[in-house]
Every structure is written in structure tokens, then in C-alpha cells.
Design a protein around this ligand. Structure first.
Ligand SMILES: NC(=O)c1ccc[n+]([C@@H]2O[C@H](COP(=O)([O-])OP(=O)(O)OC[C@H]3O[C@@H](n4cnc5c(N)ncnc54)[C@H](O)[C@@H]3O)[C@@H](O)[C@H]2O)c1
Length: 311
């Protein structure tokens, strides 16, 4: 099926979640027709674009998937559904294996049954490379430190083995509107929530932990381009810039004023010191480059979350 010149029909798994819902919005805005499979375990109907067609199902249950999608055809699948919490993955290994590895296997099989030719697999850069003193490019051997990262690496292999044209995107730490504020949800969402409610922020350890923060709209753009491209293989999607928690607080202070208060807490065990991905392969192959710098992304997120007045 031609990928150029007309709307695509796309299945987005996890489309009611944080990242998935932004991808759905971008697809709808482009005139594509969107089917969503989500079990709403961490996603929310309120995130979902009205034009999307939601089917509630668990990706680890193949017969349930078959029931809700019987007779549907799609051109492409964007696979975002996953359990995503690193600490929880150590306590609930079976659940994480079932959803991430078996779930991905099911979604690949479903893609085939639904006539898809293209598959975008959303993976993790932050949890797959381990400690990255230098921002990791795609040639760095994976060294996952958690069950979450280990199963995401296995899911990547499931996708690579399929006969579909596939791209695996290893994402840095995403931030932006609609991100959940649970403790593992993302420090930017948590901090902006504190600023908004005038509550103190908590900084673990010395605040020197560094992460690569990529704006959710830029990630959605990478997926849009990938769907219409002929690229294949593994691509890091991040900024190549590692920002410490202390620098993040300074950047937020520039947008929102000083934090309402700062609490110090002991370092969290087994947390990576530095996580950063090198996105230059995506730029070299003319697939994607990050567009939104941290200051602008923080401003857009704070505004969307009601922590900052209108522009
Ligand atoms: N947020 C980040 O910083 C980040 C970084 C790297 C990779 N990722 C990846 O991006 C993807 C989306 O993550 P997110 O941050 O938007 O999290 P999220 O929890 O908001 O989204 C996950 C979605 O998948 C759904 N889901 C979970 N288990 C399911 C199941 N068994 N069947 C059907 N649906 C199920 C949830 O209800 C939710 O809507 C995940 O694959 C995650 O591993 C996220």
C-alpha cells in the first residue's frame, strides 16, 4: 500500500497514555484515521482525541485483541503500550514480561493479521543502555539494569525478527503536557505540579543525576516522519544533552520563579547517575532532529498544566 499522498489508517497501542495520546493527536491532525488499543491501566479516556476509535483490550491477551479488532485493517502500527515503571518492574517481573515481551509479540502478530506493512516500536534509551558517561549511540551494547529495560530489549528483538518494515525508537526521558505525576512519572511533571500547588520540591541526593529530556511533541513528530519514510532499524530519539536535576530546577526557576520550597532526601538506590542518548544517527539519515529546547519545552508544559499564565 502506498504510504504517500493519502490518509493512513493507523493502530496506536497505548494511545490513551501520555506519549500515545500525543501521537494520536498528530495523526488526527494530519488526516489519518486512528484506531487505539488500550487497557486504560495507566492511560485515560480524557487524554484521547475524539476522532480516535478506542478499543479497550489488554495486549497480553491475544484472543481479547482478536475480538475487539476482528475485521479491521490498518496500514501501520505504532506500539506504545507498556508497563513503564522501573522499580515496579523489579517487584512484578511476571506482569512486566507478559505485557512487554508477550504483548509485543501479540501486537506484531496482530499487525500482520490486520494487513499492516509498517511498525513503529516505542522502546527506551533511558533504561536500555545503562550508565552513559558519554551519550550512547545505537552501536553501544545494551546493558539494561532493570526488568523493564531487559524486557524492552527483548521486545526490540521480537520486532526486529518480524517481516514488517520496522523502526524501533529508543526514547530519552520524555516530558510535556499530560504526563502523570506518580513518583516514577517524570521529574518535570512532578516539579511543575509542585510549583502549581505551591508545594516544596524534593531533590534526591546531590541533585547531580543527569537525564536527557526530550519534548513529547518532538517525539510525536519523529513518529509521524517515520511512518511516511522508508527507514528501518533502531534510532535514538533524544537531545544528546544531559541535564542535572539542579540545572532543571534553575531552568524551571527561569520560567516559573523560585521553587515554593526545597526538601532534600537521600539518593534513591540503584538510580543511574547519567542517562543520555546520542540522536545523531536520526539526523544523519534525515529522519528526525530535536526541535524544542528545554526552556521552550518547559514553558509550553507549564502553560498547558496551568502553572503559568497565558502567553
Ligand atoms: N515517559 C518516558 O519518559 C518514556 C521514555 C522512554 C520510553 N517510553 C515508552 O513510551 C511508551 C509510552 O509510555 P508513557 O510514558 O506514555 O506511559 P503511559 O503509562 O502514559 O502509557 C502507556 C499506555 O499503555 C497502556 N497499557 C499499559 N499496559 C497495557 C496493556 N497490557 N494492554 C493495553 N494497553 C496497556 C496504558 O493504559 C497507557 O495508556 C512506553 O512504551 C514506554 O516504555 C516512555
Amino acid at each position: 500500500m502506498s504510504r504517500v499522498g493519502r490518509g493512513l489508517r493507523v493502530l496506536v497501542t497505548g494511545g490513551a497514555g501520555f506519549l500515545g495520546s500525543h501521537i494520536v493527536d498528530a495523526l488526527v491532525a494530519r488526516g489519518d484515521r486512528v484506531l487505539v488499543v488500550d487497557d486504560l491501566s495507566t492511560g485515560d479516556r480524557a487524554n484521547l482525541n475524539e476522532a480516535a476509535d478506542l478499543r479497550v483490550a489488554d495486549i497480553s491477551d491475544m484472543s481479547g485483541l482478536g475480538r475487539v479488532l476482528a475485521g479491521d485493517h490498518v496500514h501501520a502500527v505504532v506500539h506504545c503500550a507498556a508497563k513503564t515503571k522501573v522499580v515496579e518492574s523489579m517487584e512484578r517481573e511476571d506482569l512486566y514480561r507478559r505485557v512487554i515481551v508477550e504483548g509485543t509479540d501479540n501486537v506484531v502478530e496482530l499487525a500482520r493479521q490486520m494487513g499492516a506493512t509498517d511498525f513503529i516500536n516505542i522502546s527506551t534509551g533511558g533504561s536500555i543502555y545503562g550508565e552513559t558517561p558519554v551519550c550512547a549511540d545505537e552501536t553501544v551494547p545494551v546493558d539494561p539494569q532493570s526488568n523493564y529495560g531487559r524486557f524492552k530489549a527483548q521486545a526490540e528483538r521480537v520486532v526486529a525478527r518480524s517481516t514488517l518494515r520496522s523502526i524501533t525508537m529508543r526514547l530519552a526521558n520524555i516530558y510535556g503536557p499530560r504526563q502523570r505525576r506518580d513518583l516514577e512519572g517524570g521529574v518535570i511533571a512532578i516539579f511543575i505540579g509542585c510549583w502549581k500547588r505551591r508545594e516544596p520540591i524534593t531533590i534526591f541526593g546531590d541533585g547531580g543525576y543527569q537525564r536527557d529530556y526530550v519534548y513529547v511533541g518532538d517525539v510525536a513528530e519523529a513518529v509521524m516522519t517515520a511512518l511516511r519514510s522508508d527507514h528501518e532499524g533502531t534510532y535514538n530519539i533524544g537531545t544528546g544533552v544531559a541535564t542535572s536535576v539542579n540545572d532543571l530546577v534553575s531552568a524551571l526557576t527561569a520560567v516559573l520563579g523560585p521553587p515554593p520550597g526545597v526538601r532534600r532526601a537521600p539518593p534513591r538506590s540503584a538510580e543511574l547517575r547519567r542517562g543520555c542518548v546520542d540522536p545523531s544517527k536520526a539526523a544523519r539519515d534525515r529522519l528526525w532532529s530535536p526541535r524544542t529546547d528545554l526552556a521552550e519545552g518547559l514553558r509550553m508544559t507549564a502553560r498547558a498544566e496551568g502553572a503559568l499564565g497565558p502567553a
